[in-house]
Design a protein around this ligand. Sequence first.
Ligand code: CP
Ligand code: NVA
Length: 313
Amino acid sequence: MSHQAPRHYLQFSDLDREEYAYLFRRSSLIKARFKRYEMHQPLVDRTLAMIFEKHSTRTRLSFEAGMHQLGGAAIYINTRDSQLGRGEPIEDAAQVFSRMVDLVMIRTYGHDIVERFAAHSRVPVINGLTNEFHPCQVLADVFTYIEHRGDIAGKTVAWVGDANNMLYTWLQAAAILGFKVHFSGPAGYGVDLQRPGYPVSEAERACLRCFDDPLQACEGAHLVTTDVWTSMGYEAENAQRMQAFQGFMVDTRMMARADAQALFMHCLPAHRGEEVQGEVIDGPQSVVWDEAENRLHVQKALMEFMLLGQLPD
Ligand code: CP
Ligand code: NVA
């Protein structure tokens, strides 16, 4: 186990374009082997600890199944029934976790928590969602787009709804991979270019166009995507948000304004009749199940990369 400062994956911007090109190639290869029932076990005897302070279905399932399939083991820790839930400092936890496991994934509230953990960790840390970012999901989403439609460079992604952790991660991806983001959301829930602690960079700003009218945001888009109106941690604002977001449900009118080959994505869980119409998420342009499945494949490529670096095919 190395004691040199490890690399972490806390934001999408932690990797560069060339590393993403490798990860997408590697995800395809790992997925193809998995579909052929071929064993791919480069991480025998490695252990992943997964720390959850928020709910999850896909993230837990994909990391736990993924580590198992790579030949390693995964340990699920819920902060509520660990000492973290009784106030053990995150810095102390990082010291202890990283002396016992090879890799840590954390899902929590403030992004500063994963940063503080990572700063005290001897092993790589992966962000499994914070209030500010969800890089593993956008990794899966971009991979899914590439699988269905080829290179995402030069394309337009329309985001309708809340400017949340997913949207800010899409902006980082746009700046690195060279595509545009069209955003439309209600007043008061728009993109905060000066977001405290995590401002939008100039390069991200250059990829972004904001629209009052969601139909205009979707015009010619190659991918239309959205997410819940109330993210985890914001439940107290739910009633107010349900009112504010009226008119911002992704519907068949918006999909009709998008490119004829446009895809629909949603990171899930979804609320039909709120942020997305049932006809859209269950319709022919929706790739949400491929998107969910691809969490497994891209995160296997990511874990392998973080522990072993780039490998030959
Ligand atoms: N999309 C996603 O991260 O799902 P979970 O909250 O179920 O992990
Ligand atoms: N924006 C959502 C994503 C859930 C996977 C949330 O943070 O709750």
